[in-house]
Design a protein. Structure first.
Length: 202
């Protein structure tokens, strides 16, 4: 998904930090001798609000996600213009802004994904996962947490601008297309995307 060009807004992290149910499990089952039923331990993941000191690692995830996940969907010119927008300072504003929520997910004590939720606009402004952990459930865990925060804030829907490579992910998770859109990356370069929306269950 796209993130707005280096905005200066900020986020006050929600007070309540919780670890969501995680669908990720180790491949090898463990058997409880007393019940003889498989017990699948959860992988070491953690969802939490971002802090100022997380910005360099958020940038690392963001840059890798754009560079490798979008490689087949956009031209090198578009990719370079997109990457030029990313800098660690751009995450500081959302971290301190009460109208936004910047959360991240850790896997084995390393930041591997994040999302940026705009309460005022009822919009998911960004959701990225490092390409080395794609198809592991981290993106879905981030999306579900963003939707849960939106519901807690009494939002009835979420909208987003999906990059071409992420459209199917959002469709699978219940988002519908509202039509094609153009995301300006700089004065001369634009990127095609899709405006999508989902009504949230209260």
């Amino acid at each position: 998904m796209f993130i707005a060009p280096a905005g200066k807004s900020s986020l006050h992290p929600p007070r309540h930090i919780e670890n969501p149910p995680n669908p990720l499990y180790n491949a090898r089952p463990h058997t409880n001798p007393s019940h003889r039923t498989p017990m699948m331990p959860q992988l070491p993941t953690l969802l939490r609000p971002a802090r100022h000191e997380d910005c360099p690692q958020i940038l690392r995830v963001h840059r890798h996600a754009v560079r490798y996940s979008c490689l087949k969907s956009y031209t090198p010119e578009i990719m370079n213009a997109w990457l030029d927008l990313l800098e660690p300072e751009s995450y500081l504003g959302p971290i301190d802004n009460p109208n936004k929520a910047l959360w991240l997910i850790e896997y084995e004590n390393q930041i591997q994904g994040f999302f940026l939720l705009n309460y005022k606009e009822a919009q998911l402004e960004a959701l990225y996962v490092h390409p080395v952990v794609h198809y592991s459930g981290l993106g879905t865990a981030l999306l579900k947490k963003a939707e849960a925060l939106a519901i807690q804030a009494d939002l009835s829907l979420l909208s987003l601008y999906a990059s071409k490579n992420s459209i199917e992910f959002y469709r699978i998770n219940g988002y519908e297309s509202l039509g094609e859109a153009i995301m300006p990356l700089n004065e001369h370069i634009q990127a095609e995307c899709l405006l999508m929306r989902k009504y949230l269950s209260q």
